[in-house]
Design a protein. Structure first.
Length: 180
């Protein structure tokens, strides 16, 4: 099993705007270069799984919130990080896990793109990117977990997406979209 389905999903479905795809790719390349992220497909795939299920958990537990939009931006971020490796790596994954991930990503796409405009998703993504770039410590060093994952420093600034969502309007829209 290769990851071409995952690549096509991000490039064509999760971010249907070509301009958005370019911004996402450029932002993730900036992050990867600044933080000297490992070119380890296993690490990046584990981040895709982690962020995708964080998105799903946020939706199930809390519904439509600013954090749901943040979690979606995180999904876009780590998928783009994984995709940047695919030119040189053919990474096989467990079929059961892979199809569960694809189904959850399809769910994320259905929820987010039915509720939020591409412009809103891109604004959220750009704020998450700025937040991610604030992970360097005061000396400009990268804090890294043993797995290679970049960790947050004391200078990390959480993205604020509250102004992007009118909660009452979004709740009503979600109920309408989901047939509730």
């Amino acid at each position: 099993m290769n990851t071409s389905i995952l690549t096509n999903m991000i490039m064509n479905n999760l971010m249907p705007s070509v301009e958005g795809q370019v911004i996402i790719k450029d932002s993730v390349y900036e992050f990867a270069n600044t933080f000297d992220t490992p070119n380890d497909p296993k690490l990046w795939y584990s981040l895709v799984v982690e962020e995708t299920f964080e998105f799903y958990e946020e939706f199930v537990l809390n519904g439509v919130t600013p954090n749901l939009l943040k979690e979606y931006a995180d999904v876009l971020y780590v998928i783009a990080g994984f995709i940047r490796l695919e030119d040189t790596t053919d990474y096989a994954v467990n079929d059961k896990q892979y199809y569960k991930l694809l189904n959850t990503l399809q769910f994320a796409e259905d929820v987010v793109l039915s509720l939020f405009s591409t412009e809103l998703v891109m604004e959220a993504f750009e704020r998450v990117h700025l937040s991610n770039m604030s992970k360097l410590d005061k000396d400009g060093n990268v804090l890294r977990h043993a797995s290679g994952k970049v960790m947050k420093s004391d200078l990390y600034q959480k993205p604020n997406l509250n102004d992007l969502i009118n909660k009452e309007e979004m709740i009503q829209e979600a109920k309408t979209q989901l047939g509730a």
